[in-house]
Design a protein around this ligand. Structure first.
Ligand code: ARG
Length: 399
């Protein structure tokens, strides 16, 4: 029997050409697998048909939006995951999900390898292959663009010569990856980090500088998970879609950064992630109200590690799974409501409340009736500063 390969298929030029190209170079029959992670845009049925028209022996489309929201975005939100303090690891979150389906379909349909459309320069190749290695170590990975010399101009020429059904309508000069957690835009004139982004780059967000009325929104969380917006209960998928709409309309979540890739390159990235940025902001404020001080402080360090691991393609690794257990445990009391104002590119929290609140009015108030024992403060400070006092006697700090 002819060997088979399962290819992550986007419907775009590169992966469309990669189907016949891979068949030609490797002799393997190509099974195309397109995964809907809320990237919007094309009709998935058209995408499915196009893979067949390009020579795939089978073409499968999976709507993984619920799965992506529940199993990937929920943990990311609990972890307040942002790489380099900014990027909400949009692409990095979708790769393990896609890889899992690649590995599953490969096993089910008797394929011995998987393929993806990444170049040899980015993070995504690492994420796909590291995830597949962690789930189905018997499978090998091929990246036609990287391993079978399928460069852009070769792909365009090949598509024309073989009359592949590719929509070349408006060819974007950018490399774009998007899903419901956000959108990444790179290359083109953006490669000069001094060049300012232009309005044209954005699809999920409106221009934040335009005057408009602010939007007020209240988000309800249960154990770290958003479960309602303005009192209307909904699942994570709908929360994300709704927040993209509300925050996107106010220009929230635009990012412009130079990013350190896992492969050592620094790259200029433009992101827009309205729901992600607004939800993370709301979630951290509820944590401020409900987590003990040392738990909150320690969690912030865990969050950095978690985001780094996921960015680096180790979603299915042991450390990431152990950190998940810690993070989940911290979320037990992170329930309540956060009110925020979305306006001019910012999501600003203006109120928070919780039945699990650790905020004690009678301790915090400056008015009479305060129950905090101020007499204890002196003794506390004596002991707290004792080590400093002792070393100061020895070191005689200059003044
Ligand atoms: N730099 C980001 C990351 O590594 C985004 C990559 C998006 N891919 C793309 N083809 N533009 O997660």
């Amino acid at each position: 029997m002819t060997e088979r390969i399962v290819m992550a298929y986007s419907g775009g030029l590169d992966t469309s050409v990669a189907i016949p190209w891979t068949k030609e170079r490797t002799g393997k029959d190509v099974i195309a697998l397109a995964i809907d992670v809320g990237q919007a845009g094309e009709d998935m049925e058209q995408v499915r048909q196009r893979a067949l028209d390009c020579g795939a022996v089978e073409s499968i489309v999976i709507d993984a939006r619920e799965e992506f929201a529940n199993d990937y975005l929920v943990p990311a939100l609990k972890a307040n995951a942002q790489y380099q303090r900014r990027y909400p690891i949009v692409s990095a979150l979708s790769r393990p999900l896609i890889s899992k389906h690649l590995a599953r379909v490969a096993r089910e349909l008797g394929a011995n390898s998987i393929a993806h459309g990444c170049t040899g320069m980015g993070n995504d190749q690492v994420r796909f292959e590291a995830a597949v290695a962690a789930l189905a170590p018997e499978l090998t990975s091929i990246a036609p663009i990287r391993d079978l010399s399928l460069t852009r101009d070769v792909a365009i020429e090949y598509a024309e010569k073989h009359k592949l059904p590719i929509r070349q309508s408006k060819k974007s000069p950018y490399s774009i990856d998007q899903n419901m957690w956000g959108r990444a835009v790179e290359t083109g004139f953006l490669e000069d980090p001094w060049n300012a982004p232009i309005e044209d780059l954005y699809e999920y967000t409106q221009d934040p500088t335009i005057e408009r009325e602010p939007t007020e929104v209240t988000i309800t969380f249960e154990q770290g998970v958003p479960v309602a917006i303005d009192g209307v209960r909904m699942n994570m998928l709908d929360v994300v879609l709704k927040m993209n709409e509300l925050a996107g309309a106010q220009g929230v979540g635009r990012l412009d950064m130079v990013e350190d890739r896992l492969v050592g390159i620094k790259s200029r990235e433009i992101y827009e992630a309205p729901a992600a940025i607004a939800l993370i902001e709301a979630h951290t404020h509820l944590e401020d109200l409900t987590l003990e001080r040392d738990v909150a402080r320690y969690k912030r360090t865990v969050e950095v590690e978690w985001a780094n691991l996921v960015y680096d393609g180790l979603w299915f690794g042991g450390l990431k799974r152990s950190l998940d257990a810690f993070i989940d445990h911290t979320q037990e009391k992170v329930s309540g409501e956060v009110r925020m104002t979305l306006h001019q590119g910012r999501a600003v929290v203006t109120g928070r409340r919780s039945a699990e609140s650790l905020y004690d009015f009678s301790l915090a108030t400056y008015d009479t009736g305060n129950t905090f024992n101020q007499d204890s403060a002196r003794g506390f400070i004596d002991i707290w500063s004792l080590p400093s006092k002792i070393s100061a006697r020895r070191d005689k700090p200059e003044l």
